[in-house]
Design a protein around this ligand. Structure first.
Ligand SMILES: Nc1ncnc2c1ncn2[C@@H]1O[C@H](COP(=O)(O)OP(=O)(O)OP(=O)(O)O)[C@@H](O)[C@H]1O
Length: 772
């Protein structure tokens, strides 16, 4: 069966006596499906109110009022592919005079072909396993003790934290930072243990300041002053990180370390609680402080109890993110104040000068700028000393990041119309059998898109069954924790992934974006981190940086990141500390294909671990066909699924509005790619009509009210492209995590700035994620 277009038109008016419609023609399955859908519609759209809140409007996009579902026009296209009218039947709703006929185009026709042929590309199967580059060094030669850590600390790592051997970056940094008193720039891949790479030498140095533990007799200097170290001996170190989540994560690691030095006290000032309680904490005394730059700058200005005269270590973690989020001024101010307020310490062994450590996975221009602000004569610490030589050869910004070698990346060139079905097929295939993938993260461009895809993938079981008889719902069978249940019932951020679960492998879907209240984000992320069942997180870049989520096997970049660095951080959520990991990125045919060159640059070997996955293969595998065979059953099944989702959106004004908002926000977010990559992600190249299909929309783009994209003369053309001059002055809040959009070409940079400002706002509004 191809598209059962007949079913589209069974909207039964309330004024009509609800007689059971007769279903004729087609196979018994078609008739059964038709009957179920009609029964479902008679009951009205799903209202599982207990489970869900009404769809949010995270990006605050205004959309034109939902219109009634229109009957579809159908044609047989040039390629002979059936478009909707003749795919299923001729039952139609009476068309109102003057009512426009929406065009329900075929999924498989008029799609642009990729520039590069699939045959030219290496296939998945040929990829060899590379040796992990971010794993602990297991050769037995390198132990924490050998590197110079104190026996107490080394034993604590081994016995209490179960860390047997250092990673390469930890080896380099511990050796160098224990030996030399100089500034350092630590650069290493994602998931290589950078947090401990700077914390271990720092904690060891501070532990060494104190020869006496709190319980022992107080040490006195020649003048009789107390010189043993305890919580009010002074603040020795400050760690700055861009977000509350990261600060909290660092603080959890730090507290774990300090359990072997319980006379030292660490704390955080990250906002999210009353300043009064933060001040009280500072007054009680801390030896190590983890802070966000904004909050620290505030306390330096206004809190007398914050004495920084003893600070001898300053760490700037996630340096590129600190700069991306526009903390340059705050950091400059902090460094100046630390310089101005530094005094000789009465504690023996406290160094005379301050050491600053900058930490980043990437070395782009803004990190270099941060280095200029904060570092003096810094050494560059890398995991592999061989990279030092390489560095002089490759000075360009693009070359300055690396992907963990064991991370297998692939890309799929997918036409705009086929994006949603291809993602679904990929997920179906991925979770077809239990075990191979337990956790996956899907990155999309904006909060509205998160909402839409979450809703599509968790449509309830009865709807799904009617779309595809062979599937069964396992939602009820999934084991759930109390926390999951709370999220499901109270927040609606967790639900069974009905679109790609099956009876032997139920999958749970989570959603996360910056527009969700902080406590919901915290609870959702915690639940995803702790879930032992197969689970998927659909999210914006709010989850891309630094978050250490255990056991993520797969990252899907459904929408490419707005910069190559962000891409690196996203895929870095998998393949951590030596584990395997896979990543797949969706690219549109055309200029986006040039992005492959950027993906390749992340690998030392020129990108052998980067392969192409054929988009048709994904569909064939996911929708049940056999790749080798010529039968086109999979095309029909794919079309059925797409039509089912389109009907679902058309039938319920809430879902339709959600789809429209997602579409609008997505286009706006597309405009925020960094300028150096905009030749590949050019909004003018977007085929808006085709793109609409991937949001289950049947409207013409001009009717979807995309602020900043003016409907042009070619409005009526099927081949609808974005306006050459995106115009209009109306700002929106639809991009990525709710930022204003690009309204014209000149405003694109501004949109990117605003987007980042918004992101910063969201980040600053975040409180802890408590991932420990
Ligand atoms: N020597 C080690 N042996 C085993 N696991 C380790 C070791 N060092 C760190 N880890 C673990 O590795 C994980 C990743 O560490 P961390 O978050 O510091 O990485 P990162 O390099 O900062 O990553 P990102 O760049 O994504 O922020 C953590 O769960 C940490 O506990």
């Amino acid at each position: 069966m191809a598209d059962d277009g007949m079913l589209l038109n069974f909207a039964i008016s309330d004024s009509v006596i609800k007689a059971e419609p007769k279903f004729k023609g087609g196979t018994w399955r078609d008739r059964l499906s038709a009957k179920k859908i009609a029964q479902h519609r008679a009951k009205g759209p799903r209202k599982d109110a207990g489970d869900r809140k009404p769809p949010a409007n995270p990006n605050h996009i205004q959309v034109s009022g939902a219109r009634p579902a229109k009957r579809q026009r159908t044609d047989r296209d040039h390629d002979g592919h059936a478009s909707s009218r003749d795919q299923g039947g001729e039952h139609r709703k009476q068309q109102q005079p003057g009512q426009a006929r929406p065009f329900v185009s075929s999924l498989f026709s008029k799609n642009p072909t990729p520039k590069n042929d699939v045959e030219d590309e290496p296939k998945d199967a040929t990829v060899e396993d590379a040796k992990p580059t971010n794993a602990p060094l297991i050769d037995g030669m390198d132990t924490f003790t050998n590197l110079g850590l104190s026996p107490t600390l080394a034993a604590h790592l081994l016995t209490k934290l179960e860390l047997k051997a250092p990673t390469a970056i930890q080896k380099s940094s511990i050796t160098q930072l224990l030996k030399e008193e100089c500034d350092a720039f630590i650069q290493a891949e994602t998931g290589s243990g950078k947090t401990l790479a700077y914390l271990l030498p720092l904690v060891q140095r501070i532990m060494a300041l104190s020869k006496a533990k709190a319980s022992e007799a107080v040490k006195r200097d020649a003048d009789g002053n107390d010189v043993s170290v305890h919580r009010d001996s002074g603040l020795f170190a400050i760690v700055l990180a861009p977000t509350r989540e990261l600060c909290k994560q660092i603080s959890v690691v730090l507290e774990g370390l300090l359990r072997c030095a319980n006379w030292l006290v660490a704390g955080t000032v990250i906002g999210g609680e009353k300043k009064k309680s933060e001040k009280a904490r500072l007054r009680k005394g801390l030896n190590i402080l983890v802070a966000t730059p904004g909050r620290l700058a505030d306390h330096l200005e206004n809190t007398q109890a914050l004495d920084v005269s003893n600070v001898r270590w300053l760490v700037l973690d996630e340096g590129d993110r600190l700069m991306d989020l526009g903390f340059e001024d705050e950091i400059q101010g902090i460094v100046k104040k630390l310089d101005a307020r530094q005094r000789p310490s009465r504690i023996p062994g406290v160094p005379t000068r301050r050491t600053t450590i900058l930490c980043s996975a990437t070395l782009k221009m803004n990190v270099q700028r941060l280095g200029e602000i904060s570092l003096k004569d810094a050494i560059h610490i890398k995991a592999d000393p061989a990279d030092e030589d390489e560095e002089s050869k490759t000075k360009t910004e693009e070359d300055a990041f690396r992907v963990p070698a064991q991370l297998k990346q692939s890309y799929a060139v997918v036409a705009a119309k086929l994006r949603l079905v291809t993602l679904t097929a990929f997920l179906k295939r991925t979770f077809m059998r239990k075990g191979s993938v337990m956790k996956a993260i899907i990155f999309v461009s904006c909060a509205d898109s998160v909402e839409f895809h979450f809703e599509v993938f968790t449509r309830n079981a009865s709807e799904r069954k009617s779309g595809n008889e062979s599937e069964t719902s396992d939602a009820k069978e999934t084991e759930t924790t109390k926390e999951e249940d709370d999220n499901r019932h109270l927040h609606g951020t967790i639900a069974p992934a009905t679109a790609f679960s099956n009876s032997s492998n139920p999958v749970t879907l989570h959603k996360l974006h910056g527009s969700l209240p902080q406590h919901v984000r915290t609870a959702t992320l915690n639940s995803f981190a702790k879930n032992r069942n197969p689970s998927v997180l659909v999210c914006t870049d709010v989850a891309s940086r630094g978050l250490d989520l255990p056991n993520v096997d797969l990252v899907i970049e459904y929408d490419p990141a707005f910069s190559a660095e962000e891409h690196l951080h996203r895929i870095g959520r998998t393949a951590r500390v030596g584990r395997d990991g896979r990543a797949l990125i969706f690219l549109l045919p055309g200029n986006e294909e040039n992005y492959v060159e950027i993906l390749k640059r992340g690998y030392r070997d020129g990108g052998k671990a980067l392969t192409r996955t054929d988009a048709n293969d994904i569909l064939k595998r996911g929708f049940g066909g056999n790749i080798g065979s010529d039968n086109v059953d999979w095309e029909e099944k794919t079309t059925d699924w797409q039509m089912d989702v389109e009907r679902w959106a058309q039938d319920n004004s809430e879902y339709l509005e959600m789809a429209r908002r997602a579409y609008q926000s997505h286009i706006r977010a597309y405009a925020t790619h960094v300028s150096s990559e905009r030749n590949m992600f050019n909004i003018k190249e977007l085929h808006l009509g085709h793109l609409a299909k991937s949001f289950a929309l049947r409207d013409r783009p001009s009717k979807i009210n995309v602020p900043g994209l003016r409907p042009g003369k070619d409005d009526a053309k099927k081949d609808f492209k974005a306006e050459r001059k995106p115009a209009g002055k109306k700002g929106g809040r639809g991009d990525r995590d709710g930022a204003s959009a690009a309204n014209n070409n000149n405003d694109v940079a501004e949109a990117a700035r605003l987007m980042r400002a918004k992101l910063k706002e969201h980040m600053a509004g975040a409180s802890e994620f408590n991932l420990a």
